[in-house]
Design a protein around this ligand. Sequence first.
Ligand code: HPA
Length: 256
Amino acid sequence: MPASIDLAVIGGTGLYRLADLQDVEPHQPVTRYGALSGPVRVGTLDGRRVAFLARHGEGHSVPPHRINYRANLAALQALGATRVLALNTVGGITERFAPRVLACPDQLIDYTWGRVSTFSEGDADDGRGGEVLHVDFGDPYTPALRAEVLRAARAAGVDLVDGGCYGATQGPRLETRAEIARMRRDGCDLVGMTGMPEAGLARELGLDYACLAIVANWAAGAGPQVDEVITFQNVLDNVAAASSGIPALLRRLLAG
Ligand code: HPA
């Protein structure tokens, strides 16, 4: 039985380390699903065990459609994690989700394609004994964990928008203005490239999973300047600015 982990954090674009983690040890578990994005760094934060994994690799070398989501989540679970906080850098589509806002979405729409999106391969060799899984996904993020994240943010004095619909796109290119207009009509508030299949796979594994979305830019055509060009540097600058409250939020979340 692996030692338990109080919280696993998956970092997205611009979030490659958890600076406050103490006594960090790298782990690179071997999973039946192949290689992870990079080492899982397990350490302590205020005496609680926290695992951190950079989803794109620590040097941002893995594009969204090539991330081995299954290996990443299976490794976190093998290390003893039962709850996962996914940090996702996103574009904002609707008014409440301006650059530098933090949000805890409660819904998602999956526009990705061609990604391995299940552990359930329907053959006896798939590690699940061939069981076909049709997991409930009406609430794609675990309501109890979302509630804890929101409570932690309030206690830490960190502004966090409660709710919103995350639209997961294929990338790695950004979207056209027409695509974002369609996503807005569909009901999306946020757009990112890594929210799926991660959330669905976490549910298949029975992990508690919530998303902390960091708005890095207005999605194409969504901001006040319709033809604004989105640059990676701007994304990184906004993520850095918006992330300043995350350590305090995590500490409150771990304190329970
Ligand atoms: N679109 C998709 N993914 C993103 C964006 C965006 O505008 N910004 C950060 N990740």
